[in-house]
Design a protein around this ligand. Structure first.
Ligand SMILES: Cc1cc2nc3c(=O)[nH]c(=O)nc-3n(C[C@H](O)[C@H](O)[C@H](O)COP(=O)(O)OP(=O)(O)OC[C@H]3O[C@@H](n4cnc5c(N)ncnc54)[C@H](O)[C@@H]3O)c2cc1C
Length: 391
């Protein structure tokens, strides 16, 4: 690696690669612990999976419904409580500035499996995490159904990214990490900005680059592809899961406001997984049919439609399924993470901080190193960056 570069005399304690939820939370934790840490992001903050997520802080209820009580369900069990401590400002990082789109989600069956819901709810393990909803609080189209409320908040993810990034803004740079080289007690990270290459020296390196971890790191990863659907127009705000007799909710719907003020339904679930190979027009046509069945009063002809192809990036699993937990790997002074879920970010940051602590790197004052690099841009939501079809 070429080393003649104006930055190489400076050395920071830790460089974090990737400005999604994982990288931003890790940066925040390391700086709070007194490390001179910086972050490099190649595109925009949150612009990978994070701002394409549905913002649900899972507590495992959905997975318990799938019969996976000891795996994903239990792994996620304490997450909403942990997040509430940050969201209420009682634990650092202080996320009291984050907007909550909803305090809970609804869950109702697609019509063919009420018994599955009932037997699930009878399980002692789930007591207190879900309750039946009746009467006034339900919209007309749901009154005839058995509806349950899940106590898991749904966040406005852009406000979350901003809240995490702002206090550390001067240490978050727009640069693409290309490769690293170990040199005795420090490493050189080669990065590319618009115009040139730079070599940044560090004592430890954390790869939190989602799909970007592949290629630069030795650890194998998997992608689970989705074609999400976006619908906008005169729609009620709604956060919920339509359940069927299958391993995933048929539809998971979250509501958002796009920059024009219209309501957007962002739709995932089994429909997004099954529809990966469909042309977007076909995926939209299938969704129209699904929505007509579930919400007969909605006039689907007056709505805007779009889809989004996006991969979930995760540490590899033998069967290619969703990992139950975050994946964290250490190789010398390099750590690679895939949080698996947005909701796991604080747990990942705790563990990475512990691993960095165990490397016994002395904490430097904020050196201001690499300040010449440009700051990373803030990302935006997919529904504000898409081409809408109408009708
Ligand atoms: C459609 C969808 C819906 C989801 N919904 C939920 C949900 O409701 N709840 C939940 O808990 N989880 C959800 N998830 C999962 C969650 O979004 C992810 O687990 C999480 O956002 C991953 O965060 P990350 O920081 O690891 O990755 P990312 O957000 O992908 O961030 C990685 C960043 O690294 C940058 N990068 C890549 N390569 C480089 C490089 N070489 N140099 C510098 N920067 C680089 C990228 O530009 C990107 O900004 C969802 C995921 C998807 C795809």
């Amino acid at each position: 690696m070429k080393t003649a570069d104006k930055h190489q005399q400076s050395c920071v304690d830790v460089i974090v690669v990737g400005g999604g939820i994982a990288g931003l939370w890790i940066l925040s934790s390391l700086r709070m612990a007194g490390y001179d840490a910086i972050l490099v992001e190649k595109k925009s903050l949150g612009g990978g999976q994070t701002l394409a997520s549905q913002g649900i802080i899972h507590g495992g209820t959905k997975y318990a419904l799938l019969g996976n009580v000891t795996g994903s369900s239990e792994a996620a069990r304490g997450l909403p409580q942990r997040w509430i401590e940050h969201l209420s400002g009682h634990r650092l990082p202080d996320l009291s500035g984050v907007c909550r789109n909803s305090e809970h989600q609804w869950m109702w069956d697609a019509g063919d499996i009420p018994s599955k819901l009932s037997s699930f709810l009878a399980g002692k393990l789930m007591s207190g995490r879900v309750k039946p909803v009746k009467g006034q609080s339900l919209p007309a189209w749901l009154k005839a159904r058995t509806v349950y409320q899940l106590h898991e908040p749904v966040l406005d993810v852009l406000s979350l990214v901003k809240c995490l990034a702002e206090p550390n803004r001067s240490r978050v740079f727009g640069a693409e990490a290309i490769r690293s080289e170990v040199r005795r007690h420090r490493m050189l990270l080669e990065v590319r900005t618009h115009s040139e290459k730079h070599y940044l020296a560090t004592r430890a390196l954390v790869w939190a680059a989602g799909e970007g971890n592949e290629g630069v790191q030795a650890y194998a990863m998997q992608r689970r592809a989705l074609q999400m659907i976006m619908v906008k127009g005169d729609l009620p705000e709604l956060w919920g899961h339509v359940i069927e007799a299958a391993v995933n909710p048929r539809l998971t719907i979250t509501s958002h406001k796009c920059s024009t003020g219209e309501v957007v339904w962002y739709i995932g679930g089994q429909l997004a997984e099954d529809g990966v190979r469909r042309p977007p027009a076909e995926q939209i046509a299938v969704t129209r049919q699904e929505l007509k069945k579930t919400f007969p009063n909605i006039k689907s002809n007056s709505l805007g439609w779009a889809t989004l192809h996006i991969n979930r990036a995760e540490g590899i699993q033998i069967n290619g399924k969703r990992p139950d937990n975050p994946i964290i790997r250490q190789h010398g002074r390099q750590i690679t993470v895939w949080p698996t879920k947005l909701a796991f970010a604080p747990v990942v940051a705790d563990e990475v901080s512990g691993l960095v602590e165990s490397m016994q790197i002395s904490r430097s004052e904020d050196s201001g190193a690499f300040i010449q690099l440009a700051q990373a841009d803030m990302g935006g939501y997919p529904w504000d960056q898409t081409f809408w079809q109408h009708g």
